[in-house]
Ligand binder design. Structure first.
Ligand code: GLA
Length: 444
């Protein structure tokens, strides 16, 4: 029988794990407590010194140099998914230009699952996905896109499907065999499970699967994963779930809430020092195109770009207004999100109810946004000298408006609006309610 690398890794890890558990159980019965601990410590040391184990304790590198971009089933379709929906979305991603704008992952969220087979391998729901996941992955790949899937660290997913607890290596191997490129790993039904251990375990399992698979951690920021997950996952949620609303909570009788756009932002903006190439803060997927006003959609998208957030679309891209498509394919705004410096933007200050945000970009440029969360349109005269500051927390870069003249380029009208020189008059802008004014300040 020929075993590929992925299978060999899997068999090796599984065997090692099983031997260790059987050995530990037997010895515990046979030995005094003290001797048992000495022996276990010695055994752990031996394992540590094995020249190289296939299950490297590092995540897959090079998958998240910039925040991930793609589309997910959840916000629009929830459990109402099928292979026809996914294929139609993949076709539309190509036809609308979204793929070429950078959105490459097509992520199937919760409720794709069938049962586990007699050996414990998870299967797809045969009614929703009659051709199977491998065929769907092949289809998605044939369109120049990548396939994402979803599971949960607990006994069941949030939608009540089988979770990965106790099946981590098996699930990772199954995803790799199907040709999956991305895993979102959720946190429902996990009482008494240590989050760091659970996410390390699935990260190791993905490495052992032999296929580079992106790990999107989704434990809503409960255990502050930004402090420990840098070498485990490629992004981590920092918020509860978003819903399609600009500025209010949706409270459920069960005791949890969903966040509007403006509720997500303050959970994420204090965490900028933890984000960077390879590991990103994730304030949840986009609701652009799901029913907010054009202003609100534009503000939501802009702020996610300013915060170097994952850009995972959540609307029905088979059926979009031209305004929504314009927002989602604004390449100059996407470039702010995807900037290679990889620094999350800074909420510098507030004035007259407006928020002022700066994001340092590669090559000395800055992205600058005024967000108007108030219910009134506001006119503001920008005096650049008020915004001289050094980003001491992350990049060490200074705006230095007193020494540098930038060209002011409006990222939504695509027009240059003068320069920031000491002599120029303050730039007067009107920012509509629940909207933004967003600029790229070009150094050269
Ligand atoms: C959780 C996650 C959501 C979504 C659902 C699916 O609530 O936070 O993003 O994946 O589960 O059930």
């Amino acid at each position: 029988m020929h075993l590929g690398n992925e299978s060999k890794n899997f068999v090796f890890c599984f065997a090692l794990h099983s031997v260790f558990i059987i050995f530990a159980h037997k010895m515990r019965h046979d030995m005094k407590k003290h001797h048992f601990h000495v022996l276990m410590t010695a055994l752990m040391c031996c394992l540590f010194w094995l020249p190289s184990t296939p299950a490297a304790a590092q995540k897959w590198e090079g998958l998240a140099d910039t925040p991930q971009m793609g589309w997910s089933t959840w916000n629009k379709f929830q459990e109402k998914i099928s292979e026809d929906v996914i294929k139609g979305i993949a076709d539309a991603m190509v036809a609308t230009g979204l793929r070429d704008a950078g959105y490459t992952y097509i992520n199937i969220d919760d409720c794709w699952h069938g049962q586990r087979d007699a050996d414990g391998f998870i299967q797809v729901d045969p009614v929703k996905f009659p051709s199977g996941m491998k065929a769907l992955a092949d289809y998605v790949h044939s369109k120049g896109l990548k396939l994402g899937i979803y599971s949960d660290a607990g006994t069941a997913t949030c939608g009540g499907m089988p979770g990965s607890l106790g099946h981590e290596y098996q699930d990772a191997l199954q995803y790799a065999r199907w040709g999956v490129d991305y895993l979102k790993y959720d946190w429902c039904n996990t009482p008494n499970i240590n989050p760091q251990g659970a996410y390390q375990l699935i990260s190791d399992a993905l490495c052992a699967s032999g296929r580079p698979i992106f790990l999107s951690m989704c434990e809503w920021g409960n255990s502050r994963p930004w402090r420990w997950a840098r070498d485990i996952g490629h992004s981590w949620r920092t918020t509860p779930d978003i819903w399609c609303n600009f500025d209010s909570l949706r409270v459920f009788p069960q005791g949890y809430s969903q966040f509007g756009v403006m509720q997500c932002i303050p959970y994420n903006d204090t965490l900028r020092r933890y984000a960077g190439p390879g590991h990103w803060n994730d304030p949840d997927m986009l609701e652009v195109g799901n029913g907010m006003s054009v202003s609100e959609d534009r503000a939501h998208f802009t702020m996610w770009c300013m915060m170097a957030s994952p850009l995972i679309l959540g609307n029905d891209v088979r059926n979009m207004t031209p305004e929504v498509l314009d927002i989602l394919t604004n390449r100059e705004m996407i470039a702010v999100d995807q900037d290679p410096l990889g620094v999350q933007g800074l909420h510098l200050c507030d004035d007259a109810g407006l928020q002022f945000w700066f994001k340092p970009l590669a090559g000395g440029d800055w992205a600058f946004t005024i967000l108007n969360p108030t219910k009134e349109d506001k006119t503001y005269a920008i005096d650049w000298q008020k915004f001289n500051f050094t980003d001491k927390e992350v990049s060490g870069l200074s705006t230095a408006f007193d020494q540098t003249t930038y060209r002011i380029y409006n990222l939504w009208t695509h027009k240059t609006e003068g320069k920031t020189s000491l002599k120029s008059k303050p730039l007067k802008v009107t920012v509509k309610s629940h909207d933004v004014a967003a600029y790229r300040l070009y150094k050269n």
